[in-house]
Write a protein that binds this ligand. Structure first.
Ligand code: ADP
Ligand code: ADP
Length: 239
């Protein structure tokens, strides 16, 4: 069964804007998929329809065999636990240490008192430390998040998602605020999660160059529709 399945998914916003138009899409376990398209094409709407950051208007989104479309309460939380998010703006707690930021990935489904009162276990800390080693930031454990470069902050976010250990990672323009070289480093770390931990990755990218280099499968979106799905070659200008 597909890891991510969209069946006839349509999203129409309250003001009548069509975000997605009857999308059918299957993504299998272990795929590394890049979504490209111009601003306004529907890339973010597609991502938000997968983890249900917003409701879809029609159709069904199925995550590892379970429909998220109308899931509620505990069922919804269980499905979302399998989905890690990486954002353009990193979404770190700026004044907290790198270690604490990574720990919150591991404990984000625990009650808040656990994070508030510092009740991280030794094992939590060990996992966080290992994740930081994997992205090459073991020497920044006690540094405040806002003292890192943009690329380093995004790699902290990647370490955080690694400790969450999801089946799926959704990355919404993860490199949009980074220079080309730093962007490639971030993409390599995402690729590492895909190759070494078998996580299924879906990343929205603005840069066609990065899509060509990293997307095993590239999905082109235009006006809410999929206009390309395959390996991106030098000649494909469908998007
Ligand atoms: P829905 O009905 O799906 O909840 P709405 O159309 O009511 O969505 O809009 C939700 C929010 O997004 C509103 O705060 C709205 O101002 C904002 N918004 C409206 N148009 C856009 C747009 N083109 N891009 C991003 N956000 C928008
Ligand atoms: P992309 O991520 O490719 O830039 P989006 O998915 O953000 O594209 O947007 C797709 C379309 O939906 C655009 O026309 C955008 O203006 C519109 N849109 C996005 N969010 C909202 C919203 N909350 N309310 C109304 N329209 C929206």
């Amino acid at each position: 069964q597909p890891m991510i399945q969209l069946k006839n998914v349509t999203k129409i916003y309250g003001n009548g804007t069509v975000g997605l138009k009857n999308i059918n899409l299957n993504i299998n376990k272990g795929e590394f998929v890049v979504v490209v398209g111009l601003s306004g094409a529907g890339k973010s709407t597609l991502l938000r329809s997968i983890n249900r950051l917003q409701d879809i208007t029609e159709g069904d989104t199925i995550i590892d065999g379970k429909s998220i479309t109308n899931a509620k309460g505990k069922n919804l939380r269980m499905i979302r636990r399998d989905i890690g998010m990486i954002f353009q703006s990193f979404n770190l707690v700026k004044r907290s240490s790198v270690l604490r930021n990574v720990l919150t990935g591991r404990v984000s489904y625990y009650p808040t008192w656990k994070t508030t009162f510092n009740l991280f276990t030794k094992e939590d800390k060990q996992k966080a430390y290992e994740a930081l080693q994997r992205v090459g930031l073991a020497d920044k454990v006690y540094t405040r998040a806002d003292q890192l470069s943009g690329g380093q902050q995004q790699r902290v976010a990647i370490a955080r998602v690694l400790t969450q250990n999801p089946k799926i990672i959704l990355a919404d323009e993860p490199t949009a605020s980074l220079d080309p070289q730093t962007s490639r480093r971030v993409m390599r770390d995402l690729k590492m999660l895909n190759e070494e931990y078998g996580m299924t990755v879906l990343a929205n990218l603005h840069s066609v160059d990065l899509a060509k280099e990293f997307g095993d499968r590239v999905i082109g979106v235009r006006a809410g529709e999929i206009v390309y799905d395959g390996k991106m070659s030098e000649t494909s200008d469908a998007v």
